[in-house]
Write a protein of this length. Structure first.
Length: 322
C-alpha cells in the first residue's frame, strides 16, 4: 500500500534543554512539519509514502530533501523553487513556562506554490491513501487550492483521504478557519483533531459521532472515521495521552487506554498518532486495535526528541507487551 502526504517542510531551531529561545547562544536544528512527520512515521511503520511539497533550490532545501530520503520517504514529487525554506523556533518550556513556538515562514517556497505546478492525477496514481492537515490551507490561497484539488482528485480515484485539523492560531492571524477547512473536512474519510481544533475549525463540540453525522450532511457522505485525541497535562513534563475513534460503518465508538507519559518532546505526537492510525487502517486491522496501536505509537513518540517519529511496528508491539 502506498500513501501520499502534502504540506510544508520546515527547519526547526530550538535552544538546548530548557534554555530560553534567543537567550541561549546555541540552537539545535532538525527538519519537520506536520505532513512530513506523518510521511516519516508511515515509512518507519512499513508503509511506502511519497511526500509532496515545494522547497527552494538552495542548501537548506537540499538538506531537507536528504533528511527525508534518509528516513525512507519518497521525494519524486518534491518541487524545487522559490527563495526560502520555512522556519520555526521551539522553546520547550519547563515548570511555569509553557512551550513556545515562533514561526518564520511567510513568503516561503511552499506558501508561494501555485496549484498548476502539481499534476495530482500522476502523483496519486497507484496510491491508496492521501493525507494533509488544516495547516496547509492557512498558508495561502495557492496551497489551499492545491489541497482542494488533491482531495477532489483522490475522491474521484476512490483513494481514501484523511485530514488532521491541526489548528495553529498564529497561522490564521485572527481569520476564521471554518469557511476554509470545513468544506475540506466534509470530503475526508478520516478526520482527526483535538477538542479545541474541532470547535474552532468545524464549529462543533468534540462528540465523534455527531461530528461524523454533521460533516456528512453537507459532504454527501459521512466521514468513515472521526478520531479525537485527548491530552491532559499533569505537570511540566507529565501528560496523559489517549484518543477516541468513531466508526461510522458500525456505529461503534472506541476509546483507547490512557497512557501516562514523561514527555521529552511533545512536537510530532499527534502526527505519529495519525501515521500509525493510517498504517493500521491500510493494513485492514479492526478499528479498536488500530486505535490502541496508534495511541501507543504516539505515546512512544513523546519520549523521542525532534519532530520525526522513528518508531517501528515491532517497537510498538514490544512496548505494549511489557
Amino acid at each position: 500500500m502506498r500513501a501520499v502526504t502534502f504540506g510544508e517542510l520546515l527547519l526547526r531551531l530550538s535552544p538546548p534543554g530548557e534554555e530560553r529561545l534567543l537567550v541561549s547562544p546555541k540552537l539545535e536544528t532538525c527538519f519537520g512539519g506536520a505532513e512530513a512527520n506523518v510521511a516519516v512515521g508511515l515509512a518507519h511503520l512499513g508503509v511506502a509514502c511519497d511526500y509532496v511539497t515545494r522547497i527552494p533550490e538552495n542548501p537548506l532545501g537540499g538538506a531537507g530533501l536528504e533528511a527525508l530520503r534518509r528516513e525512507g520517504v519518497g521525494t519524486t514529487h518534491v518541487l524545487r523553487g522559490g527563495q526560502r525554506l520555512g522556519l520555526y523556533f521551539v522553546e520547550s518550556g519547563d515548570d511555569l513556562r509553557a512551550m513556545r513556538v515562533v514561526y518564520d515562514r511567510a513568503g516561503s517556497a511552499f506558501a508561494q506554490l501555485e496549484p498548476a505546478m502539481l499534476d495530482w492525477s500522476a502523483i496519486l496514481k497507484g496510491a491508496a491513501w492521501f493525507h494533509s492537515t488544516g495547516i496547509t490551507p492557512a498558508l495561502g490561497e495557492g496551497p489551499r487550492a492545491a489541497l482542494a484539488a488533491a482531495i477532489s482528485c483522490a475522491r474521484s480515484a476512490s483513494i481514501r483521504v484523511s485530514l488532521d485539523l491541526n489548528f495553529r492560531a498564529a497561522l490564521w492571524q485572527n481569520r476564521d478557519p471554518m469557511p476554509t477547512v470545513r468544506p475540506l473536512a466534509e470530503q475526508a474519510d478520516l478526520v482527526i483533531g483535538n477538542a479545541d481544533a474541532i470547535k474552532t475549525m468545524l464549529g462543533m463540540e468534540a462528540d465523534p459521532q455527531r461530528v461524523a453525522e454533521r460533516l456528512g450532511e453537507r459532504g454527501g457522505r459521512a466521514s468513515r472515521f472521526v478520531a479525537i485525541t485527548e491530552r491532559e497535562h499533569r505537570g511540566p513534563r507529565d501528560q496523559t495521552w489517549s484518543a477516541a475513534l468513531y466508526d461510522v460503518q458500525t456505529g461503534h465508538l472506541h476509546r483507547s487506554r490512557r497512557h501516562e507519559v514523561r514527555v521529552v518532546d511533545r512536537v510530532g505526537g499527534g502526527d505519529s498518532f495519525t501515521a500509525a492510525l493510517i498504517a493500521q487502517l491500510l493494513a485492514g486491522n479492526e478499528p479498536a486495535e488500530a486505535l490502541e496501536f496508534a495511541v501507543a505509537a504516539s505515546a512512544l513518540k513523546l519520549t523521542i526528541p525532534g519532530d520525526f517519529c522513528r518508531v517501528s511496528a515491532a517497537d510498538v508491539v514490544a512496548w505494549r507487551q511489557r
